[in-house]
Design a protein around this ligand. Structure first.
Ligand code: NAD
Length: 472
């Protein structure tokens, strides 16, 4: 498969293997972008931006057209994802369709004029202008959705983009580059692939005026440092260690299903999934039992299988990490009431795991596991739990679970997070801003707020009277 640079398919200087995590076999090969090819991509994006920025209606039409094309390609993209990412066809299809939904949203969202003064003396208006070329860097957990989370608002705002997917999941994004090149003018969207060093070259490159990055905290800090040297803007969507806190009036049977999938969707490989669950001692056994029953019944297996609910983990390093964290928790006194082991076979599959008797201080509670293992921590005092959760470095999302909505909402609003849910978790929307606080990130994506994050503000002040220079 080829990269898309300036609207053309471009071969790599070399190629790297993409491994199917469900089989351990090489599924495909992806080009290694050279430094010269990255220059070409940046140059193409830079030149294309001069025209692209001019006509907002044209941009909206192209985004709408691309949305339809992505919808048509959803089955194909789902199949690629099953092979390079280990997720089920259903989940891959949902991911591709969410990409189409994001394109559709940004094709149609209105940007109301922001007039702050209009009288005999002056007309003053806030104008949102594109930034130029945006460099997009994405992780491997939801590579298709992530591509469109970045692409759709960047393009609507009048920017062009050079995007690099994770080396674990380049094929779906390369295919998106091909699909988009049929619809977008050459250079508006460029896809380059390679290893982590390519990401570093992009953040150091003089052309992009903004880095839109989603990935780990550690890499996010590199990106921030690198962007600072050239005063590039950044949006950093980083890691999370979301806590779900159940209150003592909740009914375990009623909430178990939603809690389970709030943690195990996509095999737990999502930044905003439940990573640790706090349950009052009075209903602790009931919640653990209900979650364990669900975990034991989940069908784990071939991502292409019709009955499969959870496929393979996305790659071997992630599998090793999850295996290591579960082992550490079991050695530290937690008990696996469901799962606790890898599934035998050549691929990287892991049993959905519920860890009872977990406590703060265990690595799987304090760190982001990003996998199908949920520590459940008993507690006595909800205010103490909230204080402990808020004392950590992460601040992506969190949730409170109770039939008493007022009480739950009051507690949810005390969480130091970008999104606080009541009786749900990990719900994203095209029109709701999404981002983290503290180490979970800087800036937001989605909705008009995401669009503004990809624009600069210009004050357009038109003097109509006899105001002296310098006075508003
Ligand atoms: P990662 O940080 O290892 O890699 C992310 C991307 O950065 C990849 O494309 C990688 O090649 C690139 N990269 C690596 N080194 C780089 C460098 N020095 N400069 C520039 N780019 C570089 O993350 P990952 O393992 O692919 O993804 C998992 C992480 O992503 C988890 O921590 C998860 O929480 C986070 N994530 C966050 C969100 C969010 O919206 N907050 C969403 C999904 C995933």
């Amino acid at each position: 498969m080829e990269m898309t640079i300036g609207g053309q398919g471009v071969s790599g200087g070399d190629y790297f293997d993409v491994v199917n995590p469900a089989t351990g076999d090489v599924y495909a090969q992806a080009p290694v972008c050279t430094a010269a090819q990255l220059d070409q991509a940046m140059d193409a994006a830079s030149k294309a931006q001069l025209e692209w920025r001019k006509d907002e209606d044209f941009r909206r039409e192209r985004l709408q057209e691309l949305s339809a094309a992505v919808m048509d390609a959803a089955p194909e993209l789902a199949e690629i994802l099953a092979h390079e990412n280990g997720k089920t066809l259903d989940l891959g299809g949902v991911e591709a369709m969410s990409g189409a939904a994001w394109l559709d949203y940004y094709a149609n969202v209105e940007r109301p004029r922001e007039v702050i003064r209009d009288d005999d003396g002056a007309h003053t208006e806030i104008v949102r202008r594109p930034l130029g070329v945006v460099a997009g860097i994405t992780p491997w957990n939801v590579p298709v959705a992530m591509t469109f989370f970045k692409l759709a608002p960047a393009l609507r705002a009048g920017n062009t983009m050079v995007l690099k997917p994770s080396p674990f999941t380049p094929i779906s994004t390369l295919r998106i580059g091909e699909i988009a090149s049929e619809i977008l003018p050459p250079g508006v969207f460029n896809v380059v692939t390679g290893g982590d060093e390519l990401g570093a070259w992009m953040t150091e490159h003089p052309v992009p005026r903004k880095i839109s990055f989603t990935g780990s905290v550690a890499t996010g800090k590199h990106v921030y440092r690198s962007a600072a040297a050239d005063l590039k803007r950044v949006t950093l969507e980083l890691g999370g260690n979301d806590a779900a806190i159940v209150l003592d009036d909740a009914d375990p049977a009623e909430i178990a299903e939603a809690l389970f999938w709030g943690a195990f969707w996509n095999n737990g490989q999502g930044c905003i999934l439940i990573k640790r669950l706090y349950v009052p001692r009075s209903i602790y056994d009931g919640v653990v039992e209900a979650l364990s029953e669900i975990a034991k019944q989940v069908v784990v297996g071939d991502p292409l299988g019709e009955e499969t609910q959870l496929g393979a983990l996305a790659n071997r390093p992630q599998f090793e990490r999850v295996s290591g964290l579960v082992k550490d928790a079991l050695e530290s006194g937690a008990k696996a009431t469901a799962g606790g082991r890898p599934v035998d076979g050549p691929g990287v599959f892991y049993e959905p795991t519920i860890l009872a008797g977990a406590v703060d201080g265990m690595r799987i509670v304090d760190e982001e596991q990003f996998g199908p293992a949920l520590p459940v921590i008993p507690y006595d005092d909800v205010n103490d739990v909230i204080a402990r959760v808020n004392a950590g470095q992460f601040g992506l999302g969190g949730s409170i679970w109770s039939p008493d909505i007022d009480r739950a909402t009051a507690l949810a609003s005390q969480l130091d997070v970008g999104t606080a849910w009541v009786n749900s978790h990990a719900v994203l929307a095209t029109n709701a801003p999404f981002g983290g606080v503290k180490w979970s990130g800087i800036g937001v994506e989605h909705g008009p707020w995401g669009l503004n994050d990809l624009s600069s503000i210009q004050v357009l002040h038109c003097n109509k009277g006899k105001t002296a220079p310098g006075a508003l």
